[in-house]
Design a protein around this ligand. Structure first.
Ligand code: CUA
Length: 361
């Protein structure tokens, strides 16, 4: 038993060792620290109880084992002192666990002091959209935040229940249609990227509903990123490969995707609170099913977090055999079966479309 417990503890500790491993045991912000504090407190109490109880059991089994010449031991029926002890001690232990848990609940649900940015996270099947109401801009798959700043996240879904989870920054919160949850978290590390995942089964591609939280080096880097994201898409040079790609985009992609300044449908930038439009059949105000791609080339993930946006393998005129965007556009159902991408871009058109999308920094 001791060996098994030891191995279990070692494996738990080892999972926390990797740099940026998505483990709750490697917290990088106050909320995550409060949550992992609850875990450690309860684990330590449980370990003490476990060692005490198992120790007494093993001791008694050996010390009082039946021997060939053992007489019949004295037979007792009930012992008030022992019964009081084994009722009172667990009651005290449970009260401590209750107190720690309630304090943790208040920690994570109280609006923290200090500078706060606002973000709305919208769970789609199966990708995350992030809307910044202060800037009226939207991204997908990557949530960019400044370090040491509270992030207030409102959680919306109009389809099924999802759950927002960034193990190193904040615990799971359900994203429930018709019931808007919210949460706060912050990162005290700068210039790092954390993994986020959907933690509530939401359909075929639940396991591939991933995202990144990108923490900028400082607040200035965040502000300049935000300033760039608010601008309309770059206009390609007439006659270039990118310009050809823009035409292909306009012909084939605008039913589902918007690019500010290119296709007319830019509801995300017109409406200060556009979340929920796309899955709400009662609203018809230019809603698009797919992510807004205005600054696609600046994102580090594509396809709902399944693939890295490896721009270096997608250079215009280069070999596209390792380009993830090429894999995704040419066979979306092979990469992520069941998703809503239905495209039919010819292999002749593909290089131009990729060159255009990756140029949208
Ligand atoms: Cu969304 Cu699981």
């Amino acid at each position: 038993l001791a060996l098994v417990t030891g191995l279990a503890l070692t494996s738990i500790l080892l999972t926390a060792c990797g740099e940026n491993s998505p483990s709750i045991l490697d917290p990088a912000g106050p909320i995550a620290r409060s949550e992992s504090g609850i875990f450690w407190t309860i684990l330590i109490i449980a370990a003490v109880v476990f060692v005490g109880v198992e120790g007494m059991l093993i001791y008694s089994t050996i010390r009082f084992r039946a021997r060939p010449d053992s007489p019949t031991p004295p037979q007792t029926h009930g012992n008030t002192t022992v019964e009081v002890i084994w009722t009172v001690i667990p009651a005290i232990v449970l009260l401590i666990v209750l107190g720690v848990t309630i304090r943790g609940i208040f920690d994570v649900s109280t609006k923290p002091e200090g500078k706060t940015i606002e973000v709305t996270a919208y769970g789609h099947q199966w990708w995350w959209e992030f809307y910044y109401p202060e800037y009226k801009m939207t991204t997908a798959d990557s949530l960019v935040i400044p370090p040491n700043t509270n992030v207030h996240v409102k959680l919306y879904s109009n389809n099924v229940i999802h759950s927002f989870w960034v193990p190193q920054l904040t615990g799971k919160t359900d994203v429930i249609p018709g019931h808007d949850n919210e949460k706060w978290f912050s990162s005290d590390k700068a210039g790092v990227t954390y993994e986020g995942i959907c933690a509530e089964y939401c359909g075929t591609q639940h396991a591939n509903m991933r995202f990144n939280v990108v923490v900028t080096k400082d607040n200035n880097e965040y502000l300049s990123w935000a300033q760039k994201q608010q601008q309309a898409a770059a206009v390609p040079t007439p006659g270039s490969l990118e310009a050809k790609g823009e035409e292909i985009f306009k012909n084939q992609c605008t039913t589902c995707h918007g690019i500010v300044g290119v296709s007319d449908e830019t509801p995300y930038l017109k409406d200060p609170n556009p979340m929920g439009q796309c899955d709400d059949p009662t609203k018809d105000n230019g809603c698009l099913i797919g992510p807004n791609l205005t600054h696609f080339g600046s994102r580090n993930l594509i396809a709902g977090g399944v693939l890295k946006n490896n721009i270096e393998a997608c250079q215009p005129g280069g070999d596209l055999s390792n380009c993830n965007l090429a894999k995704w556009i040419s066979n979306p159902q092979g990469v992520k079966p069941g998703n809503d991408m239905a495209v039919n871009v010819s292999s002749e058109d593909l290089p131009a479309l990729i060159a255009y999308l990756e140029s949208l920094k």
